[in-house]
Design a protein around this ligand. Sequence first.
Ligand code: GDP
Ligand code: GDP
Length: 380
Amino acid sequence: MSKPMVAIIGKPNVGKSTFFNYIVGQRLSIVEDTPGVTRDRIYADSNWRGRDFTLIDTGGIEPELDDIIHIGMREQAQMAINIADVIIFITDIKQGVTAADTEIATMLRKSKKPIVLVCNKSDNFGEPDPALYEFYNLGIGEPHPVSSTNALGIGDVLDAVYEHFPEKEPNEENKEIINVAIIGKPNVGKSSLVNKILGENRVIVSNVAGTTRDAIDSYFENENGKYNFIDTAGIRKHSKVNENIEKYSVMRSLLAVERADVCLILIDANEGVTEQDTKIAGEAHEAGKGIIIVVNKWDEYEKETGTLENYKKQVYNKLSYLTYAPIIFISAKTGQRVDKLFGMINKVASSNSLRIPTATLNQVINEAIAVVQPPTDKGK
Ligand code: GDP
Ligand code: GDP
């Protein structure tokens, strides 16, 4: 199910964003307008030679202060190493090899991840630029000359990336596994929920076979099916990377969403839907994922007659674009209704992967138009 992840890294100003925008430019301009969702994207889906992949511009997490750029770069590289299947390392041919390049290259070499080395700003195509040869010294393979502003050499880079993609559908059995991302702001109870679920189910392996990225996934089976909980263990353990950087944790949650079939959006019952929740939910919605709204800490919430129905109304009122998503009230602490989640996950996963034949769709739309005429605006 999940697409290969390709991360773009490199020091500031080498042209990472220019390269990223060239590849995904067209798709970026059609991002849907959902309330509360940032338009400033750091990842996007793309396709090369029939293969879908997710391209991540780690430049999006570059620190703005000069004195922490150095630390930021190391973190950026480490993150790319952790999550990517293939890394595109961009350098600037006009600057030559710098100390920062050498440092990143050393980290990359140790990681044993597939690397594609790019020498950007190779604007004069034709004769190979003698400056290119110096980049062999980085010890991470052949440098690819590219001019991002002139769109030269980019196809060759993508060909090289493509060669490193993991085998398609490595394991037939993996198809039945439902990838679930548990997302929500800090302290809503994500880890408590994972712990509750994992505590009551037999955890078989900690990593899905056939994926090359060392994501922190928890795979388990129970009588309802096979599930892979994405990236949630990482929230329990302390990652090597400094998680205080807010953008990094945002990115993490985005990537969990990207790989998921179903997203559980956790809301704290005591707080109701906050602006941050709206943002997080909007990302999952925009990515077209199956969504379940999970109101957690229901044990703490004071109830009277009709409380649940009223609460539901309030949630859908705030998340008006999510009326298709079912809602459940749980307590990760006491375990209340946690077992009901699985039936819901199965249902949402199967309706989200449902394919409706064009003929049926046309028929339904024609009938709907016959019943209610669509409104016109200035005669259109
Ligand atoms: P980032 O910080 O690595 O994301 O770099 P940017 O994409 O923001 O680019 C930094 C600067 O380099 C910008 O002024 C770009 O216009 C310029 N740039 C990017 N790619 C090229 C290129 O292929 N050739 C030249 N000459 N300039 C480029
Ligand atoms: P995370 O940051 O989203 O992973 O949140 P945690 O799982 O670490 O939980 C944050 C706090 O909320 C902890 O003190 C938990 O004990 C508490 N908590 C989590 N779920 C529940 C719940 O269902 N009911 C109550 N009363 N507390 C909860």
